[in-house]
Design a protein around this ligand. Structure first.
Ligand SMILES: NC(=O)C1=CN([C@@H]2O[C@H](COP(=O)(O)OP(=O)(O)OC[C@H]3O[C@@H](n4cnc5c(N)ncnc54)[C@H](O)[C@@H]3O)[C@@H](O)[C@H]2O)C=CC1
Ligand SMILES: O=C(O)[C@@H]1CCC=N1
Length: 282
């Protein structure tokens, strides 16, 4: 009997350079959504990380970037910004010979820096995903440089869409704002969860009860935000009875300067992105 399904070889071979937290989230999301493990190759120097990626997802892992990129038309650069330059320099001869599209998730490192470090004129897509990608619930900002053609743009978008929606950014300078809002954003929510749990415990709740109440509340509120299509301010208004309990809490947040504090935190993250770029040179 003939097999009508398309051959797995139709999917591009993707080489991840770096197999840490972000790569794990992306790989986990891709595999859970049907990517063929044999089409994913990972370079990761840490033995334990290679072993766990191989065991958890069935992907092929290598100790060096040069081995991982063999036969890959898409490279996903997922190392720390501080080591990106040396990793790209190592791969430059292969990039020039094989002309892959290089997708970088590194905060702050610009497309011009990446293309230059890879030997010049390389198609580069800057991507800023976030760790909920692991559950297919990520959001990713994407910026293509001038060497990315229509097919590569489509291919990059489809690859990342496996782990959540994408937004294309026209002005690369805005990638630092994307990083500060959604790239780092999950950590802000986790901090809020920690604070709500601790406050609940201080009010006398057992730790596990406080954790359940805080986390399920964040889940439910996030679902309302994403599924009901109502503005956050309107949803907040509906919880807040005049002179009720929520009113007392919200007034405390407002008087304590929560909005200004969030603004300062997001500005600090965006500034740090720009510093990372400057610190790593041309
Ligand atoms: N963690 C997050 O929420 C997000 C991270 N990012 C970006 O993702 C990148 C990676 O961040 P994380 O995954 O959090 O860091 P991580 O430290 O968990 O992962 C980086 C991995 O790269 C490996 N590595 C170091 N040198 C290497 C080399 N020469 N070849 C191959 N692998 C090498 C390290 O052993 C490490 O496992 C960063 O550039 C960061 O800006 C972007 C969006 C969100
Ligand atoms: O903290 C960082 O620098 C990375 C980029 C966005 C999330 N984590």
């Amino acid at each position: 009997m003939s097999n009508p399904s398309p051959s797995p070889s139709a999917a591009p071979v993707v080489a991840f350079i770096g197999g840490g937290n972000m790569a794990r989230s992306l790989i986990g999301g891709m595999i859970a959504r049907g990517a063929e493990p044999s089409s994913v190759r990972v370079a990761e120097p840490v033995d334990a990380l290679r072993e766990s990626l191989q065991a958890d997802f069935g992907v092929r892992c290598f100790a060096t970037a040069e081995e991982a990129v063999e036969g890959a038309s898409v490279w996903l650069l997922a190392v720390k910004p501080q080591v990106m330059r040396s990793v790209c320099n190592t791969l430059a001869p292969v990039a020039q010979a094989t002309r892959p599209v290089a997708i970088s998730v590194a905060a702050g490192i610009t497309a011009t820096q990446l293309a230059g470090w890879l030997g010049g004129d390389v198609p580069v897509v800057r991507a800023m995903p976030n760790t909920p990608a692991l559950l297919g619930a990520g959001i990713t900002g994407l910026y293509p440089n001038e060497h990315v053609d229509k097919d590569q743009r489509k291919q990059s978008g489809e690859l990342i869409e496996a782990v959540g929606p994408v937004v294309w950014i026209d002005d690369e300078a805005q990638m630092d704002a994307v990083t500060a809002v959604s790239g780092s954003g999950p950590a802000y929510v986790f901090l809020l969860a920690e604070a709500m749990q601790a406050a609940g415990e201080k009010q006398g709740l057992p730790a596990e009860t406080a954790r359940k109440l805080a986390t399920q509340t964040l889940l439910g509120a996030s679902r309302m935000l994403t599924e009901l299509g109502e503005p956050a301010a309107e949803l907040r208004r509906k919880v807040t009875s005049p002179n009720g309990t929520t009113h007392a809490a919200i007034e405390t947040f407002e008087k304590g300067g929560l909005r200004e504090l969030v603004d300062r935190a997001v500005t600090a993250a965006a500034d740090r992105g720009r510093e990372l770029s400057a610190a790593n040179g041309d």
